[in-house]
Design a binder for this molecule. Sequence first.
Ligand SMILES: *Cc1c(COP(=O)(O)O)cnc(C)c1O
Length: 388
Amino acid sequence: MSHYDHHQFGFSTRAIHAGQEPDPLTGAVTVPLYQTSTYAQEAIGVHKGFEYARTQNPTRFAWEASMANLEQGCAGFAFGSGMAAIDAVMRLLSSGDHVICAEDMYGGTFRLFDKVLKRFGVEFSVVDMTNLDDVKSAIRPSTTFIYTESPTNPMMKLTDIAALASIAHEANALLIVDNTFASPYAQKPLALGADIVLHSATKYLGGHSDLVSGIVVAKEPEIAEQLRFIQNAAGAVPGPMECWLCLRSIKTLSIRMKQHAENAMAIAEYCEQHPAISATHYPGLPTHPQYALAKQQMTGFGGMISIELGSLEQAKKFTTSVKLFTLAESLGGVESLVCHPVSMTHGSIPKEQREKLGITDGLVRLSCGIEDKEDLLADIAQALDALS
Ligand SMILES: *Cc1c(COP(=O)(O)O)cnc(C)c1O
C-alpha cells in the first residue's frame, strides 16, 4: 500500500503520486510500460517476485495501487473491461446465493446477472434502491450481496450508500457499488460503508475515449485476497498498455471532473428553464428529488445529464442538430457526447420496464465534456431552437 495517506494528502496530490513514485531503477518520473509476458529467473525458485504477467505486472500493480489509494481501500484489481470487473466480483458468490440489485442498473450488468449468472444458480431480486423498505423486505437468509449504482444511468437517481451499507451489514451481506458515473473524485463508496467499489475505467478514469478497462477496489484484506485469487484464476486482466494509459489519465481526474461538473451544471440550469424540455435530470440541481442526499454523499455532481424532449421526433432532431456533442454510446471522455438511451444503450430493457423507469422515446442523455462552457451552451441552444 502506498505511503500517500488520505489524511495527510488531498485527492489531487494522491491522484498524481500514489502508486506512481519515480522508477527506482532509472528515476523515470512516469511508471514504465512493462510490455512483457514473462520474467527471467536467476535460479529455480529465485526471482524478483515477478514470474508471469497474468499474475504480476509492475505497470498494472502501479495502476491498482493508485486506485486502491483514491478509493480508500486496501487493494485494487484491474480487469480487461468494466464487465470483466463486475464478473470477477460476482465470482465471489456460490450457487444458491442471493443478490439484491437495482432496477435501473447498467444494461450490460443486468444482462450478465439475468442471462449468465442465473444459470449458475445465483438468485436475484431487482428492487427500487431509492426505497430502503423495499431493499429490507427483499433480504433473505441467503442474501450475500446488495449491488447498486449511484447516480444511475440514465435517470440520475441516487441511492443512499451509507444506509444501504447498514442494511447489508445487518444482514451479514456485502455492499457492492458501481462508482463509474461519479468517479472517486466525486464519491467514495468505501468511506460511506461499502465493501467493494468498482468502475468501468473506460469512462471517467480513462477519460479520453481511447481504452476499455475495469477496476475493483476492496475495503478489507480478506475480500481482497479472494479477489486476487479470482483475478489470477479466471485471468480477465488488462494489458499493460491500458494500465499505463489509466495511470496517465488518473493524474488529471480532478481537473477534468471539476470542468465536467462546471459545464454540466451550466447546461442543466439552461435546460431546466427551456420550454422545449419538460424534465432535466442532474443531481446538482436543487430541484433534483435527492439533492440533499447528493450534497451529503457526493463531493461533485459529475458530467452526466438526461433531458426529456417529449417525443422520438424531437429526440432525433436534437441529436442530429448538435454539432459539438457527438452522437455515440459511452461517456466520461473529454469530448461531449449525446445518446438516445431507448435506441442505443437501453434497447434490451422491455418497453414496460423502461417506461416505468422514465426512459421514454424522448429522453436524451448528455455526457458533458470539458470543452469551453460557452461553446457547449451555444450548441445546445441552437439545437433546441431547431426543435420549434
Ligand atoms: C460502461 C459501464 C459498465 C461496463 O463497462 P465496460 O468497460 O463497457 O465493460 C458498467 N457499469 C457502468 C455504470 C457503465 O457505465
